[in-house]
Design a protein around this ligand. Structure first.
Ligand code: ADP
Ligand code: MG
Length: 361
């Protein structure tokens, strides 16, 4: 396993990139610790596959350096990098047996036959493929094919890292959950450096110790699931993490009060002080679960109209209109739901201020 370092990487698929917008990766500077489990999370088109391909060597970046344990790899082809990569759709030899497919990466590296058998059996056992080892890959279901593909990624014990590019996309939801747990177990046992790409926040949050959120070719935040939830560094993280995402309100500052249209929301002193120094378009952010929905007026609460109540079982999602803006609140099933009029409380310690989309710090 290795420590992977991307040193000021930028990549454009164009020959003659002119502006920022021509770059699929804008500037990535980061070090993946040896043995860490990372999830790379972001919407389609944000540059996740581009980033993985630069690490594995399928792509040479336009700018910057790739280092493994301090050694430069930037120009080296994939076979010289010792990386296993599992793609979104299974890559298999259809005419070979399941066993031979799993054995392929090992035989390719002239691993002794006995060791090949041992490793293949071990991985087949983990992925519940043992009964199928003799079957031809062609006849297997889509799920099983992707399991074989995962197995091919896991079978070598000498790799610097394993990169998974949305490997569970074609797998049914129940098996998805099982496989994700399996991968986590495998990581805990073998301490492999794992980078797992997904556009699914639940998948990212349950799998990884650290989640890296990507947006438009940038890593906008790297943190624990808790950090991403409590202190999103960028509006995109607030919106993308959590369901529903964070509420944002355009505001101006008036001492310790944030003015949202006609309404006033009292801020903590530190928050107001940060806001006073910031430049750019100011927005107040609050998570739906922290918004206090009250049926009666209380000190400091802001009047709002209930627009929609959605019952999700353990909680309700309330859509409200407040000072011309739409907000969502998440309400536990034990809480009273206002019918038309509501009063919203904004707990001071849960309010975040953003200037030009970035958290003010
Ligand atoms: P993701 O994996 O997050 O969906 P990609 O890394 O595949 O994103 O793509 C990032 C951006 O680069 C997108 O705008 C995509 O259209 C562009 N892109 C990806 N691959 C190529 C390619 N081979 N040639 C040109 N543009 C590409
Ligand atoms: Mg992709």
């Amino acid at each position: 396993m290795a420590r992977i370092e991307l040193n000021n990487i930028a990549h454009s698929y164009l020959h003659n990139p002119k502006s920022e917008a021509d770059y699929a990766l804008k500037r990535i500077h980061y070090e993946w610790e040896d043995g860490g489990a990372y999830a790379l999370l972001g919407p389609s088109g944000c540059g996740k596959t581009t980033l993985l391909n630069i690490i594995s060597g399928l792509l040479i970046p336009s700018e910057g350096k790739v280092l493994f344990d301090g050694r430069e790899m930037t120009q080296l082809p994939p076979e010289k990098r010792n990386i296993a990569q599992v793609f979104q759709f299974p890559v298999l030899y259809d005419t070979m047996s399941v066993f031979d497919n799993l054995a392929f990466p090992l035989r390719n590296r002239r691993v002794p036959a006995k060791e090949v058998t041992r490793r293949v059996q071990e991985v087949a056992e983990i992925l519940e493929l043992t009964p199928f080892l003799k079957y031809k890959a062609a006849g297997m279901t889509a799920d099983a094919k992707q399991k074989i593909s995962l197995g091919r990624g896991l079978v070598r014990s000498d790799v610097a890292a394993i990169l998974f590019d949305e490997p569970l996309t074609v797998i049914d939801p129940h098996l998805k959950w099982l496989l994700r747990r399996k991968l986590k177990e495998i990581h805990d046992q073998l301490k492999l450096t794992l980078i797992y790409v997904t556009h699914d926040q639940v998948e990212a949050m349950t799998f990884a110790e650290k989640v890296m959120v990507m947006y438009e070719g940038e890593l906008v935040q790297i943190g624990t699931p808790q950090e991403l939830f409590e202190t999103p560094q960028h509006k995109f993280v607030g919106y993308f993490i959590g369901s529903p995402g964070m509420n944002f309100l355009n505001c101006t500052l008036d001492g310790n009060v944030a003015r949202v249209d006609g309404a006033g929301i009292r801020l903590a002193d530190e928050t107001a002080a940060l806001g006073a120094k910031a430049k750019g378009k100011l927005e107040l952010g609050i998570r739906p679960m922290y918004l206090e929905v009250q049926t009666r007026k209380t000190e400091g609460a802001v009047p709002a109209q209930v627009r929609l109540v959605e019952d999700q079982g353990a909680y309700k999602i309330i859509t409200l209109e407040m000072a011309g803006a739409i907000l969502r609140a998440k309400l536990g099933e034990d809480k009273p739901v206002p019918e038309k009029e509501a009063w919203l409380g904004f707990p001071r310690e849960k309010i975040r201020l953003f200037a030009d989309e970035r958290l003010i710090r």
